[in-house]
Structures are given as structure tokens and as C-alpha cells.
Design a protein around this ligand. Structure first.
Ligand code: NAD
Length: 330
């Protein structure tokens, strides 16, 4: 009998999901990918890819059949512009997806599930200054996430925790801090800050218009983690016996203005920053990686400069193709 691990990745048409499928295939797993859309920028490497709307219970039962493990990445999500203006839809869709995916996995006898939570679960009152203290896992309570997106992630963390306690299912909960890289959404309204800024700087370069719009004063702070580190960390956590929520991100904090300068350097152009009103999220945020190092004996290794260089190169190619009116591909 084959001992190959059979894995379901939901959200496999999305950014982290499509990279995770590649990682799991390289490790020898059999992989089913599920999403409401195919990957936009690359062919999937999944053994099987099914287009299913996971808000529906029957589709979740189909998706979770005959697998050992589930990485439940599917979610209605986007950058600050999206999550600060679609609260009801995000709460509605992601609750349906998470509740049905987890219960269907239980009914189908899945042994182990990974839930992708977010730094957005941390309380707003700890993130009001730019020089914020890095967030430790236990800082999550007393809870006061800024947006419905963060509240929903926190409730699903608890759902996963109780399924572990009540039904003996192995669950893993990872809190991502701003994952970025190639093959992610870079235009259209759901893109996150690194991709949006790479696009704006590529447009500035390719159209010789040096003005780049930045939401707010650009002094808000964040840390950013490259996708290759993210998928390595996810898999390590899944293999570990650690079942409490764990941060996964870099702990090097930069301002958005600094991020813009790094990307402009990579692009090799001088830009003019134009600060405009726009959603900014919390004022400051960083990851405390103490527990990550303890639990996994590892932490993200790819520098911000290296990750941005890889991401910018890919996004500049996309912008170039768009400006030339070509269809956008990898
Ligand atoms: P993404 O938007 O690229 O991927 C999510 C995928 O879920 C999309 O392909 C989307 O089509 C799919 N999806 C949405 N609704 C669905 C439905 N009803 N049925 C089936 N599929 C559906 O986002 P991502 O950045 O790859 O994020 C993956 C997971 O990680 C999400 O749960 C997200 O909330 C979480 N997360 C990501 C980050 C980050 O920095 N990227 C940070 C924190 C948490």
C-alpha cells in the first residue's frame, strides 16, 4: 500500500495556496487543489484541481474526501483597501468556508488540518504607535481586532482549537504577517501593499512619470515575509506537534516609506512620493518570533531586499505586458 501523504490545499488558486502546492509536490505528497478559480499566473502542479465554492457544505464534503491532511487556505481576502470596506461580505463568506471545511473534514475522517490565521487578529490597542512592541502570541487577548477580517480569523482559531479538544483532530494554527512574493494579486483592488507598491513603481518607471501615490503619511510600520519562507514554515509547523497559534513572519520592521525606497532602488529609478488619503490599517505592527524559533528551531531567512527584488522583477514584467496590451501570464 502507498504511504504517500494525500493532501488537500484549499485556496490553491490563490497566492500562498499555489506556492504551497508546489512545495508539497516537491516533498512527494499527492495533492488535491480546490478553489473557485484556477491559479491566474501559473499552471497548478496539483495532481487534481477542482473548482468548488467552499461556502457550500456539499462542496466541502467533496473537497475533503479521501485525504490525510488539509491546509485550509481558502478565504475571501485582500489588502487594506479590500478588508477595510467589505466587512459583512468577508465575515459571511469566511465563516461559511471555515465552518463547513472543518466539519466536512471531521465527517470525512481527516487527521490533521492547518488553519491560516493572521496578524490582523491582534488588538488594535497594542498597535497604535509606529515603534510598536513586537506582538507575542499571547497578546491576542483581551481581543480587539481592527476589522471584521481579524475577528473572523480569531473565531476560526477558536473553532479549530475546540475541534481539537472535543474531537481529537490534530489542528495547527499559523498567524501570517504580510506574506509577499511573485504570482500574487498585483492589481484590481485586492492586492496588498508590497505588490501594489511594486506595481506603482513599475508604472512610474515604464511611463517615465516619477510620482508614486502612498496611502497616508507612509510612516506606518510593518514586517514582510517572503513566500518561500512562508511555505517552508507552514510545512514545518504542520509536521510539528505544536497545536497553539504561532506567528509566521519576519521581525524586521520598516515604514511604508522605507519599503517604497527599497523598491525604487531595485527598480533603479528616482521617484516622488505623493501621500494621499487611504486606508492604512493599524499604525504599527511587528512579529515577535521568540516562540517561532523555540517551536520550529527556524525562522524566515530570505531578506526583505532579496524578496522584493524577486517580486519586483515579476511585477514589472506583468506591468510591461499590460502596457503593451498583451495577456498577462507568468
Ligand atoms: P488569496 O486571495 O490569493 O487566496 C485565497 C484563495 O481563496 C483565492 O484563490 C480565492 O479564490 C479562494 N476562495 C475565496 N473564496 C472561496 C470560496 N468560496 N471557495 C473556494 N475558494 C475560495 O490569498 P492568500 O494571500 O493566498 O491567503 C491565503 C490564506 O492565508 C487566507 O486564508 C488568508 O486569509 C491567509 N492570510 C494571508 C496573509 C497574507 O499576507 N497573504 C496574511 C494573513 C493571513
Amino acid at each position: 500500500m502507498s504511504t504517500q501523504t494525500r493532501v488537500l490545499v484549499t485556496g490553491a488558486g490563490g497566492f500562498i495556496g499555489s506556492h504551497l502546492v508546489k512545495q508539497l509536490k516537491s516533498l512527494g505528497c499527492w495533492v488535491r487543489g480546490v478553489d473557485i478559480k484556477c491559479p491566474e499566473y501559473d499552471d497548478t502542479e496539483a495532481d487534481e484541481f477542482e473548482l468548488l465554492d467552499l461556502r457550500r457544505w456539499d462542496n466541502c464534503l467533496q473537497a475533503t474526501r479521501a485525504v490525510d491532511e488539509v491546509y485550509a487556505l481558502a478565504a475571501d481576502m485582500g489588502g487594506m483597501g479590500y478588508i477595510s470596506s467589505n466587512h459583512a461580505q468577508i465575515l459571511h463568506n469566511n465563516n461559511l468556508i471555515d465552518i463547513h471545511t472543518l466539519e466536512a473534514a471531521r465527517v470525512n475522517g481527516v487527521k490533521r488540518l492547518m488553519y491560516p490565521s493572521s496578524a490582523c487578529i491582534y488588538p488594535e490597542y497594542l498597535q497604535e504607535a509606529t515603534d510598536v512592541k513586537p506582538l507575542k502570541e499571547e497578546d491576542a487577548y483581551p481581543a480587539q481586532p481592527q476589522d471584521a477580517y481579524g475577528w473572523q480569523k480569531l473565531i476560526s482559531e477558536r473553532l479549530y482549537m475546540h475541534y481539537r479538544e472535543d474531537f481529537g483532530i490534530e489542528t495547527r494554527i499559523v498567524r501570517f504577517h504580510n506574506i509577499f512574493g511573485p504570482l500574487g494579486t498585483w492589481y484590481g483592488g485586492r492586492e496588498k501593499a508590497p505588490a501594489a507598491l511594486c506595481r506603482k513603481i513599475a508604472e512610474a518607471k515604464l511611463t517615465s512619470n516619477p510620482e508614486v501615490e502612498i496611502w497616508g503619511d507612509g510612516e506606518q510600520t510593518r514586517s514582510f515575509c517572503y513566500i518561500d519562507d512562508c511555505v517552508v514554515g507552514i510545512h514545518k509547523l504542520m509536521q510539528s506537534d505544536y497545536d497553539e497559534p504561532l506567528n509566521l513572519g519576519q521581525d524586521r520592521m520598516v515604514t511604508i516609506n522605507q519599503l517604497v525606497d527599497l523598491i525604487a532602488d531595485i527598480a533603479g529609478i528616482e521617484i516622488t512620493k505623493k501621500h494621499v488619503p487611504g486606508p492604512q490599517g493599524v499604525r504599527g505592527r511587528n512579529s515577535d518570533n521568540t516562540r517561532l524559533r523555540q517551536v520550529l528551531g527556524w525562522e524566515p531567512e530570505i531578506s526583505l531586499e532579496e524578496g522584493l527584488a524577486r517580486t519586483y522583477t515579476w511585477i514589472e514584467e506583468q506591468v510591461q505586458a499590460q502596457l503593451e496590451g498583451k495577456s498577462i501570464a507568468n
